[in-house]
Structures are given as C-alpha cells and as structure tokens.
Design a protein around this ligand. Structure first.
Ligand code: GAP
Length: 568
C-alpha cells in the first residue's frame, strides 16, 4: 500500500510517496518518488504515479492490480534531523547504532554499534590516536583494565566523594541527584516542585571478583579511564623515558550508572572515553605555539557567567592574552577545536566555557569545557580539567608507593601536576560528526551524509553499470584490489541512481562505475558524493588517487562548481 509522507526540513514541507512491503516477515518502507513541496500537487502526482504502477502491474500479470488503491492516500509526518530522535532512528535504519538488546525491549543507557557505526567509531578513535599520540613526541598511550583493585577508587575519591542521593520531583517526576544535605533546600529546576529522597546514589557499577560468592571482592567498573594512567604513571614514565612536560593517553570504556540516561549517545551508562593526562612540573610554562587557528570562538569565562554577560567571540590567543584562560588551557582547547574542525566539524557550533566554582569535580582546580551546540542546546562535548597533583598524591598515600620522579633541573624528586586533562567521549564525538555531516539534497531527493572521507565507514563503492559478465569481472577485480586498503563495497543491484543514493546516505565519499568505455579505455568513472560530479580515471591510477582523496586532498577537483544544495 502506497502512502504520502510529509517531511519537515527546516520548517519547510517536502512530500514523498512511500510504500510498505513485507520482506521475510518484516515490513520495509521504500521511497517510490519525490512529490514536491505542496500537498495538493503531491496528491495529484501520487495518484498519477500509482495509476502508472497499476498499469505496469496489469501488463505484467494480465490481472487487475489492486495493491495501490488511490482513494486510500494518507499523509504521514516525519521530523527533521534537528530532533535527536530522528538521528536515533536514522542510525538504527542504516545500521549505525541500535538500542542494546532491542529484541528484549532495549536497556536504558546502553547502545550497540552496527556494521557502519563500528567503522565510524573506529575511525574516530584512529584519528584521535593519530593526532594526540602518534604525531606527538610528548605523548604515549596505554590501555588499562576496566576492573581494577577497588582501592584505586577509594584513593581517587570516587567511592567517598559521591555523597549524592537520587531524588525524584514529587510534581513532575524529574529524576536527578543532589547532595544529600540539600534535599530539603533544593527545588526542582523544571517546575520548582519538592524532591523526594530515593536513597544513596553512587554512579559506579559494582561487581564481584572471584568465583565463590563468600570469598569474592566487591569491585567497580571504572567510571573514568584516567585512574589507570595515574596508577601506571611511574612505570610508563620510566619505561618510555618521558621528560616533563609529557602526556599519557588512553582510549577505553567507562561506565556510569547515570540516573537519567538520555539524548541517545550523549548520556549513556556504558560509553568510551579518549583521555590524556598531561603532566608538568608545577609552574612550568606551555612551550607550544598558540594561535594556529585564526578562527574565533565564543569564550564564556566564569566571570562572564556570574556577571550575566554574553560569551565573547575571539581567538584562543586573544583569550590567553586577555588573561581569560591560562597558557596550557588555551593550548589544549585550541588543539581539541582544531582536531574537530580538521575532520569537518562546523566551527561555528563550538564554544569554550569555564566551570563555575560549584560545578567542578572534587579533584579539579580549574575546568574548561569545549561545548557544542547540540539540538538540545550548548552542552559539554569535552572537559579539560586541571587536576593538580591530587590523584598522584592520593595514590602515593593509599598505596604507600612513591610516585615522584627525578627532576634533572633541580636534581630533586618531584610529584608532577596534571595541568590539563583533555577528556572526550567517543559517543558525543560521534553525534557531532553525524549532526554536522547530515544534509538533505533537494535535487537528488535523498540524504547525503557528508562525513570526512577519513571518517566515512565505507570509503569506496564499486558498481558495474549493468549486470554484464564483463563489467562485473572488472568491477570485482577493482573491489578485490581496493579492499586490501580500505573498507569498500561491491553493489550490482538496482538502478545506478538508487545505488548512488544508497551510498550518499551512509556517507561513502567515492563511487566507481564500470561501463562499456572501461573495456576499451581501461578506465572508470569516479563520482564524488558531495558534488555528484564525475571524472574518468585510469584503473591503474585508482589506488594512488583515492589514497590522496581519502586523506582529504581535492585531487579529483570536485566541488569547483557552485553548490546549490541546502544544508539542513
Ligand atoms: N576523567 C575526567 C572525566 O571523566 P567527565 O567530564 O566526567 O570527566 C569526560 O567526562 C567526557 O566523557 C565528557 O566530556 C563526555 O564527552 C564523556 N562522558 C561523560 N559521561 C558520559 C556519559 N554518561 N555518556 C556519554 N559520554 C560521557
């Protein structure tokens, strides 16, 4: 049965003719045609298309077709990507992210990455590691365990510092956590209702280590990856012969029993962090150059917030010169911003905000967040705290082991300070790149996911233009060759337009088509996702050219024409 769907994109209506079909017991929706922007015109067009389809069916089966009754046209409404639920649905539909154990109704705060989401998330981590570890002389990486000696969490303050209680608003049901001494004083921020105390809240998940219950030890799933860096600090410094200032990086899972997991991957109970603890000798100045980015960013210091001023736009260098941010914070915030922008994020959607006094974690002297304008407002994307020597000192105290290192300059042993801890969630990063790359192309009538080629889950799709044996043979040869380098795909089903659309929607930056000319000239068509332009390339040069194009070089000279597409 065919039906009209209305999509609202940036407040404008777009109509489509869709059809639900049952395939292997599952109902699948297929878009049959784009119907224009007006309801009346869409209904007229839909009736014409359906009539044509009926005729084709009649011809085919020589029986009257009744599967698309024109009298039954209904209009369904779909939301644009600005709504987080729309992104959640899109990710599920295309195989990026699924609610965990969905066949059992899911599990709040847990998500599974599908075949495309796994690739995107791996590419994010790979690019983060390359920029923050591989390309730097002063940072090395580790990979600590998820469950460790519970004494680590006593020393770090995660066991005792969380003296919060879980509360529920009696009026609107808002769930949150607050200091246990504040329950009577604090009112619900949503409706000013009173809170009801629901008992002690500790965000750490507990587990038992040891197979026999009576002898087992209560331990925790780590709530941050950072502590494994502190406990291994001395060994890593000695083994890697690191000299201050230096950093230790780690990517890995973290777990928090969030009271209200929400907004898709934004606040999950199981998530991944990419963190660096950057150590200095107390007072050591930042030796790195500032001002690499001429771009201005909104700066929102604690003082501006307290004085109810608006954030001001300036460069990172200017913010440092105005003494709004310290040298190390200015440097690391700029590095993080540059990393996002280098991978295609929209620089206008970033700002930096200093934590207010009562917002800071128990270990932090000063914290700045790199914030991003999500559809649900400005939110923390990455936190950068100055943790001082808090953690190393605590671990020295609790373990009884010395963690000081020898300082060549003063010929003394010193305990380094963490001047900056860039700490970023993979899930939130995933959302940023999805939001900034999702566009709807009016002319093509399909979504185009303009991910940076380095992040794209599939780098190249290879198509024989029609299912001819000789075209298929060449296409397969190209596929077999390219798949040694990248995640590539071979597709021979459907019209060429449909195949392009399929790849546009999942962000594949390049499509290769093998046609009759390929047989004669030993070349193929390479189509660029963003401009839909095509160039012919010799098969023998493909790998070299694509290598550069995937790195982001415009070697194929796409996009020189005026881009008329509308960004959502
Ligand atoms: N080691 C410092 C630390 O963990 P945090 O501000 O609690 O600091 C750092 O977390 C980053 O981890 C956040 O900026 C965010 O990107 C990510 N993150 C934290 N909690 C998260 C959650 N529940 N779901 C998804 N990402 C989260």
């Amino acid at each position: 049965m065919a039906f009209i769907v209305k999509k609202i994109i940036h407040g404008r209506d777009y109509f489509y003719l869709n059809e639900n079909k049952r395939v292997n017991g599952k109902v699948k929706t297929k878009t049959l045609a784009y119907l224009g922007k007006r309801k009346k015109e869409a209904e007229k067009k839909a009736k014409e298309i359906i009539k044509k389809m009926e005729k084709v069916e009649e011809e085919k089966h020589k029986i009257p077709a009744t599967s698309h009754p024109t009298s039954n046209l209904t209009i369904k409404k779909e939301l644009s990507i600005e709504n987080i639920n729309e992104l959640t649905n899109f990710c599920k539909r295309k195989g990026f992210v699924y609610p965990s154990a969905e066949i059992y109704g899911g599990f709040a705060g847990f998500w599974d990455f599908g075949h495309l989401g796994t690739e995107l998330s791996n590419n994010i981590k790979k690019e983060w590691w390359k920029f923050h570890v591989q390309e730097r002389e002063d940072v090395v990486g580790i990979d600590g365990s998820i469950i460790t000696n519970p004494k680590v969490w006593e020393a770090s303050g995660h066991v005792s510092s969380f003296l919060d209680v879980a509360v529920v608003c009696k009026k609107c049901g808002n769930k949150t956590k607050i200091d246990k001494y504040e329950v009577r004083k604090v009112k619900c921020e949503k409706c000013q209702g009173e809170f009801e105390n629901k008992g002690e809240f500790n965000p750490m998940f507990t587990t038992q280590v040891g197979p026999i219950k009576e002898d087992s030890i209560k331990s925790y799933l780590r709530p941050e990856t950072a502590q494994l860096i502190f406990t291994n600090f001395k060994s890593v410094q000695e083994n890697a012969r690191m000299k201050l200032p230096f950093g230790i990086a780690q990517i890995g899972k973290a777990f928090r029993n969030e009271i209200a997991p929400r907004d898709f991957l934004f606040r999950a109970r199981e998530f991944e962090q990419m963190e660096i603890e950057y150590f200095i000798k107390l007072g050591q100045r930042c030796p790195f150059k500032l001002g690499e980015s001429k771009s201005q960013i909104l700066v929102y210091s604690e003082e501006m917030q307290l004085q109810k001023k608006s954030p001001e736009k300036m460069t990172f260098k200017h913010a440092y010169e105005k003494k709004l941010i310290g040298d190390w914070h200015a440097y690391w915030l700029e590095q993080e911003f540059l990393w996002f922008v280098s991978l295609g994020a929209n620089k206008e959607k970033f700002r930096i905000r200093q934590h207010l006094k009562d917002e800071k974690s128990h270990y932090a002297l000063d914290t700045w967040d790199l914030e991003y304008l999500f559809p649900f407002g400005w939110k923390e994307l990455e936190g950068i705290a100055n943790r001082t020597d808090f953690d190393l000192k605590q671990h020295e105290k609790h373990s009884g082991k010395e963690l000081k290192i020898f300082d060549e300059q003063s010929k003394e042993k010193i305990l380094p300070h963490v001047v900056c801890e860039p700490s970023l969630g993979v899930g939130r990063t995933f959302l940023v790149f999805m939001f900034d790359s999702y566009t709807y192309d009016d002319k093509r009538g399909n979504i185009v996911l303009k991910l940076h080629p380095k992040l794209a889950p599939i780098k190249v799709a290879i198509f024989p233009i029609v299912k001819r044996k000789d075209f298929k043979k060449i296409s397969r040869e190209i596929f077999n060759d390219l798949k040694k380098e990248w995640n590539v795909i071979y597709d021979e089903s459907g019209s060429i337009g449909r195949r392009y659309a399929r790849q546009d929607e999942i962000g594949t930056p390049f499509c290769i088509t093998v046609d009759a000319e390929s047989l004669k000239n030993k070349d193929v068509t390479v189509r660029g996702r963003d401009s839909a332009e095509q160039v012919r390339i010799k098969i023998k040069d493909l790998k070299e050219i694509l290598k550069k194009a995937i790195e982001g070089e415009n070697i194929l000279k796409f996009g020189k024409k005026v881009d008329t597409r509308k960004k959502i």
